[in-house]
Design a protein around this ligand. Structure first.
Ligand code: SAH
Ligand code: SF4
Ligand code: F3S
Length: 458
């Protein structure tokens, strides 16, 4: 955005983001919507005229954090003589908007994930103390249409939302209720946003959706074709000059079609990393979760993906202690982990969410049992993660440089397998893809030395 469009009366906005990458993306878009109103990002709530908590409702603890954070903001607001505007956005806002207003009267605005384009109007209403302060209507397309078409890129990697919502109704999950029905953006809109990002130096795009591989967006206006799949979209975006890397997250096993799997093998921009949550290795539990596939069907998908791209790093999510989970069920999860061998995975204790079917099921598992299972699972996953990272020692890997390191002569970047890489090398390489020889590995990162720059001579 040109400086001519930024009004002089600078106000500070502080957005705190919880939860998934959809929220990270939405926070960026809120900043875009607010910029023409004169709001510039500040790095602490004390200096802000507007504070937005972009919340997550997936687990109980996440929700409680929001209320305690709001308590602190209330005191800050009183200290500022009431000048601070407090807004709650995201999935807690969607799920319990009225409750938030009641529990914390210092909150000025509550807006669900489909209402961000209405933020300017709502701020105006709040300042005049008239009209509705709660916006939780569902209309995803309206949101996408109304958000500014341009975006300010923040470095060489960017998220791009292609799909929202979910129709899967896993019995433990609130997302279908907080994000609404599954809906895909038209390919032309996505392409426009991707081109604009590439023009600003973005080299790596992560296509986002709660169920990103369920994507079925309207085909380009000139084609007269039926809706496109994610595989088609990836191949299309790969043609944009400057876009060297494409990822997508999060996928559902049921929507992992053969064309998308093939794209891992035949589209060089497609990165060798797949986050495919499975949640459990027990067929009984998968059924009770309404996941719609068995453990062996999941193994078969991974076999096909590895046939297309042998170098792929696998990632997943797990829930332990789902209602009715026995020792045998948990052992089936451990066995699946041993069979697949993950590069990274996220694991959680089951937490009942009000309004979801699993919260009412018999056989809720005691906390102590969940704790023991989570520790055992995380130990195994940590061992696999370290082993995966260590397998890169001695290899020369292409690293997209994302910034300078803490010490002089150091930089950091991202490997094709989503690992953070720290390396010694000149500092002017941000946005380049360089070769780094890996010399060391830990649980969370790799380190190494620059071999040579691939594109621009120093
Ligand atoms: N759409 C993605 C997941 C979104 S939620 C998918 O289908 O895989 C992110 C993760 O949070 C889930 O994969 C699950 O592991 C975890 N999660 C969701 N609801 C939960 C609950 N009630 N208790 C514990 N973990 C949960
Ligand atoms: Fe939640 Fe299941 Fe939908 Fe993922 S697929 S968002 S876990 S309901
Ligand atoms: Fe949380 Fe909502 Fe994302 S519940 S995980 S922020 S979709």
């Amino acid at each position: 955005m040109s400086s001519a469009e930024t009004p002089k009366t600078a106000k500070g906005v502080f957005i705190k983001t919880y939860g998934c990458q959809m929220n990270v993306y939405d926070s960026e878009r809120m900043r875009d919507v607010l910029r023409p109103l004169g709001y510039a990002p500040v790095d602490s709530p004390e200096n802000a005229d507007l504070v937005v908590l972009n919340t997550c409702h997936i687990r109980e603890k996440a929700t409680e954090k929001v209320y305690s954070e709001l308590g602190q903001l209330k005191r800050m607001k009183e200290g500022s003589g009431g000048k601070m505007t407090i807004a709650v956005a995201g999935c807690v806002a969607q799920a319990e908007g009225e409750e938030i207003m009641r529990r914390q009267p210092a909150v000025d605005l509550v807006l669900g994930p489909q209402a961000y384009h209405k933020l300017p109007e709502m701020i105006a209403r709040a300042s005049r103390a008239v009209g509705d302060r709660l916006e939780t209507e569902f209309d995803t397309l309206e949101k996408f249409d109304a958000l500014p078409k341009t975006r300010e890129a923040d470095g060489p990697t960017a998220f791009l939302s292609v799909q929202e919502g979910c129709d899967k109704f896993c019995t433990f999950c609130v997302v279908p209720y907080t994000r609404g029905a599954e809906l895909s953006r038209p390919v032309d809109d996505i392409t426009l946003e991707a081109r604009a990002l590439a023009a600003q130096g973005v080299r790596e795009i992560s296509l986002l959706g709660q169920n990103v591989n369920a994507f079925h967006g309207a085909s380009p206006a000139l084609t007269n074709e039926t809706d496109w799949t994610l595989g088609q979209l990836v191949r299309h975006l790969a043609k944009i000059g400057g876009i060297e890397r494409i990822r997508y997250t999060t996928s559902h096993p049921r929507d992992m079609d053969d064309d998308l799997i093939a794209a891992h093998g035949d589209t060089p921009q497609m990165q060798p990393f797949l986050h495919l949550p499975v949640q459990s290795g027990s067929d009984r539990i998968l059924k009770a979760m309404n996941r719609g596939h068995t453990a062996d069907e999941y193994r078969e998908i991974i076999r096909k993906v590895r046939a297309a791209q042998p170098d792929i790093a696998m990632a997943s999510d797990f829930i332990v202690g789902f209602p009715g989970e026995s020792d045998e069920d948990f052992e089936a999860t451990m066995q699946l982990v041993r069979d697949v061998n993950y590069a990274i995975a996220y694991s959680f204790k089951y937490s009942p969410r009000p309004g979801t079917p699993a919260a009412e099921m018999f056989g809720q598992v005691p906390e102590e049992v969940k704790d023991v299972r989570l520790q055992a699972l995380q130990k195994l996953l940590r061992e696999q993660q370290i082993a995966f990272n260590e397998s890169k020692i001695g290899q020369t890997v292409p690293v997209l440089v994302t910034g300078r390191g803490r010490r002089e002569g150091q930089a950091h970047g991202r490997s094709p397998w989503m690992q953070a890489v720290h390396f010694n090398g000149p500092e002017n390489l941000t946005g380049e893809i360089v070769d780094v020889k890996i010399t060391d590995a830990s649980l969370n990162s790799l380190s190494g030395d620059l071999v040579r720059t691939r594109e621009v001579a120093l």
